[in-house]
Write a new protein. Structure first.
Length: 264
């Protein structure tokens, strides 16, 4: 009896141990549960570091390659302005013969500024400079001056006869300074004039024989024309100043200053 009870007790203990073993085995497809301590040991906590803000100076800085690229793009998109010299001509054209427009611009400025030295530098070395008070060029009576004479004309007190006044026929007897005021720069040709090359703009009753005296094959001229100064006289006070240049190869030399205006 005693042995039967002992055997039954052992069987009961074995059954309990078997049930305990079965309950500790995980079901298929189910991961075993881990304690918080096991989880903490196996999976280290990852902390995301905050991204530091960049200072404005760091944000705007560029690498040398980026800076070089940006400068090249700026140069391509915004071409630099052409630099000019003290003569008013682009520096890349210095040393080249001036166009007649460029020559005339320099001459008209020297006339306005009464810079006779600069004006004389443009005068034809052999033919000199002829002054004509009206459109008709009188090759016999118009006064012609050498380059050296032109340089000193503004300070020359000598009265000369520069032909006759249109209409009255009176002698135009004036110093060069007075002639200049009446028959050279008697209006603001630089600021107010229309400009044309080898084309006449002003036309009065006086015959214009410019192309006969100065054939276009050999000469160029630039005309500065003001259609009128006082509106009340309805254009009867128009003015023109024509600068005539001989073509010497690709260069130009000043040979004539022709004044023109309305005549009766």
């Amino acid at each position: 009896m005693y042995f039967a009870k002992k055997i039954g007790g052992l069987a009961l203990i074995a059954a309990m141990l078997w049930l305990t073993a079965c309950s500790g085995t995980p079901e298929a497809g189910t991961e075993p549960k881990q304690t918080p301590e096991q989880t903490q040991e196996q999976t280290p906590v990852q902390t995301q570091k905050p991204i530091p803000e960049q200072a404005p100076e760091q944000t705007e800085k560029q690498t040398p390659e980026q800076t070089s690229t940006a400068q090249s793009a700026a140069t391509t998109e915004s071409p630099q302005e052409t630099e000019t010299s003290s003569t008013g001509q682009p520096q890349d054209l210095e040393g080249l013969p001036p166009l007649v427009e460029e020559a005339a611009t320099t001459v008209i400025r020297s006339i306005k500024n009464k810079d006779m030295k600069q004006l004389a530098a443009w005068v034809h070395r052999d033919k000199g400079l002829r002054f004509s008070p009206y459109a008709y060029v009188d090759t016999k009576n118009d006064l012609v001056f050498t380059r050296e004479e032109v340089e000193g004309l503004m300070n020359d007190s000598t009265k000369r006869v520069w032909r006759t006044f249109a209409g009255s026929g009176d002698l135009i007897e004036l110093t060069f300074a007075d002639y200049y005021k009446r028959f050279v720069y008697d209006a603001d040709f630089i600021q107010k004039a229309e400009i044309a090359v080898n084309k006449g703009l002003g036309q009065g009753t006086t015959i214009n024989n410019l192309n006969e005296v100065y054939p276009k094959e050999q000469y160029d001229f630039v005309e500065y024309h003001i259609a009128g100064i006082d509106p009340s006289v309805e254009g009867m006070d128009w003015r023109s100043l024509r600068l005539v240049f001989e073509k010497i190869g690709e260069d130009h030399a000043l040979v004539g200053i022709i004044h023109d205006q309305w005549t009766p």
